[in-house]
Design a binder for this molecule. Structure first.
Ligand code: ING
Length: 313
């Protein structure tokens, strides 16, 4: 890969990592933190900042409520709303676009784990609702903390989209989505060049604690593989640190189409991780190894799978 050529489409991207958000931390205090990260981004001429999953509140699915509406104060009924408008104003004033994860409560009472993509003029150009909802949906008091996303969020039927924005093709995914190869491939088949992924990942995985020491490895493994196998940039951005007693993975990272980590967080607090993302670098993989039109064989995969287990003479 030759040096970044000025003629290339180089987008300066920031991963706006957040440290813990307290259970009773008011939205305006969190928005102030987000704007603080936008200020750091402006100082470094960053054009797009990715914020984490559920970036406006504490990770509330860790607590069970008898009433489904028990956590509704953590949800947004409009985006932007009165408390998030200052973030949209600050970003637009600075000419910085962003992605923002939040809990969405729709007018007809449906609940999604949602992320919006906002261009540098402050317009919302894309909306993604989390597809893979992990955890459980009933009270499991045996756990040191719960993971009730399946109680508070519906699984999206929208799938994975790619939007023309920031002079490229941009997609989104959320947390558990990053562990599934289909996530990257569905966007790879749409030519994606940059995937923004926010996450809240507890270190302790109650169903299998042997995975605890591997959380950092698995985090980067799946995003690096997804980037390389689809010739796309991937930005993974955490809400990390010990939040309401739960140690959560930080390790935000910006990953190139080669699968290399080009920048990563060194703290578990609010931190801006910056990299120049040459979107034309994607062609080095999309036009060679992973030229899907030339080398990929979906018609063969199904046939081989169908044959598996057939006893051949
Ligand atoms: N969190 C976690 C994630 O997929 C999890 C769920 C935690 C899975 C720990 C495995 C281990 O990163 C969300 N919010 O999806």
């Amino acid at each position: 890969m030759t040096g970044l050529r000025s003629s290339n489409r180089v987008l300066r991207v920031g991963a706006g990592q957040l440290g813990p958000i307290a259970r009773d931390e008011p939205r305006h205090a969190v928005v102030k933190r987000l704007i603080g990260l936008l200020d750091l981004a402006a100082e470094r001429s960053v054009e797009l900042v990715a914020f984490p999953e559920l970036a406006l509140t504490t990770f509330f699915p860790r607590w069970y409520t008898e009433e489904l509406s028990g956590h509704d104060h953590y949800f947004e009924r409009s985006m932007p709303g009165p408390e998030t408008q200052p973030l949209f104003d600050a970003a637009r004033e600075r000419g910085i676009g962003f992605s923002l994860g939040y809990a969405e409560l729709t007018e007809d009472g449906r609940r999604f784990n949602t992320t919006v993509l906002v261009e540098r003029d402050g317009s919302i150009v894309g909306r993604f609702r989390k597809v893979h909802i992990p955890g459980h949906d009933t009270d499991e008091p045996w756990r040191p903390f719960q993971h009730l996303e399946r109680r508070y969020f519906e699984e999206s039927e929208d799938g994975f989209g790619v939007w023309r924005a920031f002079d490229g093709l941009v997609g989104m995914a959320t947390c558990n989505d990053r562990r599934w190869p289909e996530t990257y491939r569905e966007m790879g088949l749409q030519g994606v060049e940059l995937i923004l992924i926010g996450y809240n990942t507890p270190i302790h995985y109650a169903p299998d604690p042997t995975q605890n020491p591997l959380q950092g490895f698995h985090n980067h493994l799946c995003m690096q593989a997804g980037a390389y196998q689809n010739g796309t940039w991937v930005v993974g951005v955490a809400k990390g640190g010990t939040e309401e007693g739960v140690e959560s993975l930080a390790q935000s990272a910006i990953i190139a189409p080669s699968g290399q980590i080009v920048a990563q967080a060194v703290t578990t607090a609010d931190e801006l991780v910056v990299a120049d993302c040459d979107l034309d670098w994607c062609r080095h993989y999309k036009d060679t190894l992973f030229d899907f039109a030339r080398y990929r064989r979906p018609e063969a995969y199904t046939r081989i799978t169908a044959q598996k287990g057939v006893i051949e003479p």
